[in-house]
Design a protein around this ligand. Structure first.
Ligand code: FMN
Length: 198
C-alpha cells in the first residue's frame, strides 16, 4: 500500500475546480498515492443554487463525489486544496470546512503533513495569488508543510507562471499546459509527502 494518502479537497460552483481536482487525482494516483477526491459541503441554499443553470448543472455533476469530513483530514498525510476566488479570498464554503477542523488540529492531526493549493478566477489579476496565499496562512497555523510548485519545472512558466500553485483563468481551456502544471504540482506534493512519511 502507498505511504502517501492524499486528500484532494475542493469546492467548485461552476465546475472548473472540480475538473482541476480530477486532473490532480489522476496524476496523484499515477504517482502512486492513495487518493480521496472530496468536495466540501455546499452552504448556499438549494433555492439559490437551483436558480442559476450553471451552478445547478455543476452541482448535479458533483453529486456522487463524497463530502469531505474532519476524519478525512485525519486519515490523510497529504492535502491538496482547490477552490475559486471570491473577491481575492477562498470561498466561504472552503472556509466553513476549515472551521470544522479545530478538533483535528487540537490533536495535532494536521501538523507535519504536506499541503498545496490551487485556485481559479475570472481574471488573471483577480486574486489568484492572494487566494492561494490566504490558504497558506491557515496551513502555516496547522504546522502543515507547504509544498508550492515554485519555479521548479518549465510547466509552471507555460501555464501562467504562478509559483504558489496552479491557478486557472476562466474562459481558458484546461488544456495540456494546465494538465502539465497541475501534474507537476501534485507529483511534487506526493514526492515530498512520501519523504515525510518515510
Ligand atoms: C461572489 C463572487 C466573487 C468573485 N470574485 C472574483 C474576483 O474577485 N476576481 C475574479 O477574477 N473572479 C472572481 N469571481 C469569479 C470566480 O472566481 C469564478 O467563477 C471561479 O473561478 C470559477 O470556478 P468554479 O467553476 O470552480 O466555480 C467571483 C465569483 C463570484 C460568484
Amino acid at each position: 500500500m502507498s505511504a502517501v494518502k492524499l486528500a484532494i479537497i475542493y469546492y467548485s460552483t461552476y465546475g472548473t475546480n472540480h475538473a482541476m481536482a480530477e486532473i490532480a487525482a489522476e496524476a496523484a494516483r499515477s504517482a502512486g498515492a492513495e487518493v480521496r477526491l472530496l468536495r466540501v459541503a455546499e452552504t448556499a441554499p438549494e433555492a439559490v443554487v437551483n436558480a442559476q443553470d450553471g451552478w445547478k448543472a455543476a452541482a448535479e455533476a458533483q453529486k456522487a463525489v463524497p463530502v469531505a469530513t474532519p476524519d478525512d483530514m485525519e486519515w490523510a498525510n497529504a492535502y491538496l486544496f482547490s477552490g475559486p476566488t471570491r473577491f481575492g479570498q477562498a470561498t466561504s464554503q472552503v472556509r466553513s470546512f476549515i472551521d470544522t477542523l479545530g478538533g483535528v488540529w487540537f490533536k495535532g492531526g494536521l501538523a507535519n503533513k504536506a499541503i498545496s493549493a490551487m485556485t481559479s478566477a475570472q481574471n488573471p489579476h483577480g486574486g489568484q495569488e492572494a487566494t492561494i496565499l490566504g490558504l497558506y496562512t491557515t496551513f502555516l497555523h496547522w504546522g502543515a508543510i507547504i509544498v508550492a510548485p515554485g519555479y521548479t519545472d518549465a510547466a509552471i512558466f507555460a501555464a501562467g507562471g504562478n509559483p504558489y500553485g496552479y491557478s486557472h483563468t476562466q474562459g481558458a481551456a484546461l488544456d495540456d499546459k494546465a494538465k502539465a502544471a497541475i501534474g507537476h504540482q501534485v507529483r511534487r506534493l506526493v514526492e515530498i509527502a512520501g519523504k515525510l512519511a518515510a
